[in-house]
Design a protein around this ligand. Sequence first.
Ligand SMILES: Nc1ncnc2c1ncn2[C@@H]1O[C@H](COP(=O)(O)OP(=O)(O)OP(=O)(O)O)[C@@H](O)[C@H]1O
Ligand SMILES: [Mg+2]
Length: 265
Amino acid sequence: MTPPILAVRNLRKSYSVSVGAFAAASHHATAVENVSFDLERGETLGIVGESGCGKTTLARMLMRLIEPDSGEIDYRGENFLAAKGSNLRTLRRGIQMVFQDPAGSLDPRMPVAAIVGEPLAIHEPQLSRTEARARIIETLAAVGMEADALTRYPHEFSGGQKQRVGIARALILRPEIVIGDEPVSALDVSVGAQILELLAKLQRDLNLTYILISHSLPVVAQLATRVAVMRKGSFVEIGPATEVLTNPIDPYAKSLLAAVPEIPA
Ligand SMILES: Nc1ncnc2c1ncn2[C@@H]1O[C@H](COP(=O)(O)OP(=O)(O)OP(=O)(O)O)[C@@H](O)[C@H]1O
Ligand SMILES: [Mg+2]
């Protein structure tokens, strides 16, 4: 058996929350508690749960954008939370994120070439301008965008096109794992469906492993091979998508499913 690409154990994160008008007192509110899972190469783990249950906090810990209070993350068999310096940079580029709000996550002052090329400029500065440009064009093509987008600015694009640019930016470093944090919830349903189809195609073409986060069970159902149901910071159920989406055991997972009229096959 091949080892999991990512092994997460007992992750926990609390935020200090100010109490009272003068914020003299504070207490800790737990956003993520005791989350453990293995991510297998090539799978899509869907994480579903209502607003505020801790999905983004978990994603940000997996990216090491925020540090957990406790717990462990092994990535490629290495202790990701202890990684430093160039080793950390190498590991970090293997996990990239696609964000919810394509408008807000793209710098409005930068043309698409700079937005998509920025991670390359940071991580592969040895590339010549011609080589970098070729990588940018190739990555834009992979997300269905023409080279004439290079000199244009985010406001010139529709929401779906902006999200394609966001996906290109996530893919330019050729990551192994892509975390989509509500990647289609800011989009119209039909545009969102096209983006989900694109993500599925990219996964096949580029051998990607996905974590797909959404408050929407039908969105998760479209791509996930395994589903985790999150509530108040913890996974209440995790299992094969076919089982969790048709016959969940946990009462909260049952209630989520019951609230969806029909899951598209
Ligand atoms: N920087 C922060 N400081 C304090 N509390 C925070 C911070 N970020 C998140 N929280 C709190 O932690 C909890 C989990 O938030 P998180 O954003 O991870 O949830 P979420 O599942 O991503 O929600 P949504 O579906 O709305 O995106 C919430 O109660 C939130 O208010
Ligand atoms: Mg969130």
